[in-house]
Design a protein around this ligand. Structure first.
Ligand code: SF4
Length: 115
């Protein structure tokens, strides 16, 4: 699923914000998330845990992997709860979020995803 699209067109910040997506800014890509649409199949968490980690706040840190990997992982989201907008620049790794080791995800973690 191409999650750079929203309602059949390239996603824009304005359209996603209006549709209640929350933005997680990165240097080369911004990720948008809509909790109400998430069905918790955890494809994002399994595929790219350094970026998607419900044990950490913010739970999405786009700068923790290449923009290409972030985009590919967002595309795995089967319901469009994750969207993204690529910036135009070259992608580089710029880590600034910490990733705890805990692997067990609790119901509480899911409930707090919008933080
Ligand atoms: S955001 Fe998408 S991929 Fe991640 S857990 Fe929710 S439904 Fe699954």
């Amino acid at each position: 699923m191409d999650n750079s699209l929203f309602e059949g067109k390239k996603a824009t910040h304005e359209a996603l914000t209006k549709a209640d997506y929350k933005r997680y800014e990165g240097e080369y890509i911004d990720v948008y998330f809509k909790l109400e649409d998430c069905i918790h199949v955890a494809k994002c968490l399994i595929n790219l845990p350094e970026v998607f980690n419900v044990k950490r706040r913010p739970w999405v840190c786009p700068a923790n992997a290449s923009a290409e990997d972030v985009a590919k992982t967002c595309d795995l989201c089967p319901v469009g709860a994750l969207k993204y907008i690529m910036h135009d620049d070259i992608q580089e790794l710029d880590k600034h979020c910490e990733s705890p080791d805990e692997k067990i995800i609790t119901a509480e973690d899911w409930k707090n995803l919008n933080s």
